[in-house]
Design a protein around this ligand. Structure first.
Ligand code: ADP
Length: 329
């Protein structure tokens, strides 16, 4: 998954941090995940012990990082944030693990992209709170066992199926985040508007929510763009007309498809006659990694009924042809 496309630049990250819910009660939607997590946290508090390790899966922007921070806040413990690709060697992981405070939350984003040796070290750390640090090289190398304080690993992945079973099995609690429905996205937009001090009509909020691709991160991003427009071209308030005009300027289509979604559908329709076409061929056609197409674009396109995954490859549905104003052959 290309990080930049998904998480944006530094300015975006600062804006996101300001809008992040801090407690479970502020976290919009995902009622099943919230209820289950709340039980896990209550039980840990009662026992006065670190809770089981937590695995969060789901497409980018649905709240995995936010939930990991909420877990730490609810337990009143510190949090360390890192990611699979940032851990190149087992030694990198050993350094992080051995410096954790008692009860600390370790958030490991894109955990499926960790190197193999690091992954194996993580198994032992998760299960026995112990690592073997290898000192030296070749026949003289020795393993020095090191005890770790109890900690809670929160792993995030775009799809839990990407994880090797031995890793998946070491999580005591697994939650899958789903795309958000229109009402929940409207609540996200209204909450963020309140925090940003933006006046917004119910119709304006609904319009932004409807084009947010089921994703809170996108809802917040669109709200900020609409706010720009409202301040420059109107009196600062967000009405239906202002939201529509602004989103047209930024070329967000009425279904919320983004550049990658449109590129994938466009290639599927124009280059491959609607399919079936294999994932890797489709990815090459849009100049992206297969993993990005599969984990970032496809889940939404499938949910919207625009693309189907079949044993023979990806196919466009009749709704996809209609969306581009074309008739299916
Ligand atoms: P992920 O880690 O899954 O990519 P994040 O946790 O970084 O997603 O969420 C992206 C942004 O979306 C956050 O900054 C936060 O403001 C917003 N967000 C995500 N989930 C929610 C939610 N349930 N309620 C309110 N805002 C949310």
């Amino acid at each position: 998954v290309s990080g930049a496309a998904v998480t944006g630049d530094a300015e975006e990250q600062a804006a996101e941090a300001a809008l992040r819910p801090k407690r479970l009660a502020e976290f919009v939607g995902q009622p099943k995940v919230r209820d289950q997590l709340s039980l896990v946290l209550d039980a840990a508090r009662l026992r006065g012990a670190a809770p089981d390790h937590v695995l969060l899966s789901g497409p980018p922007g649905l709240g995995k990082t936010t939930l990991s921070m909420i877990i730490a806040a609810e337990l009143a413990v510190p949090i360390r944030i890192t990611s699979g690709p940032a851990i190149q060697h087992a030694g990198d992981l050993a350094a992080i693990l051995s410096s954790l405070a008692e009860g600390e939350v370790l958030f490991l984003d894109e955990i499926h992209r960790m190197s193999r040796p690091a992954e194996e070290m993580l198994y032992m750390a998760m299960e026995d709170f112990r690592v073997d640090v290898i000192v030296g090289k070749g026949p003289g190398a020795t393993a020095i066992p090191l005890d770790l304080p109890p900690f809670t690993l929160v792993g995030a992945t775009t799809r839990s199926g990407l994880l090797p079973a031995p890793l998946r099995d070491r999580f005591g609690f697994t939650a899958h985040l789903e795309f958000y429905g229109p009402e929940d996205l409207e609540r996200v937009v209204n909450r963020s508007a309140r925090l940003l001090g933006v006046r917004i009509d119910p119709d304006g909020a609904r319009e932004i929510a409807g084009r947010s691709r089921g994703t809170p991160r996108i809802a917040n991003r669109l709200l900020r763009r609409v706010r720009d427009y409202a301040e420059v071209k109107a009196d600062g308030g967000v009405t239906l007309e202002v939201a529509r005009a602004a989103l047209d300027v930024y070329e967000v289509d009425e279904r919320g498809l983004d550049r990658l979604d449109r590129a994938v559908l466009h290639a599927l329709l124009k280059l491959f006659g609607g399919g079936p076409v294999g994932l890797s061929t489709l990815a090459v056609a849009v100049g992206e990694e297969a993993e990005t197409v599969e984990e970032v674009a496809e889940p939404f396109l499938v949910r919207e009924g625009l693309l189907a995954r079949t044993p023979r490859g990806r196919i466009a549905t009749s709704a996809a042809w209609a969306h581009f104003g074309l008739s299916a052959p």
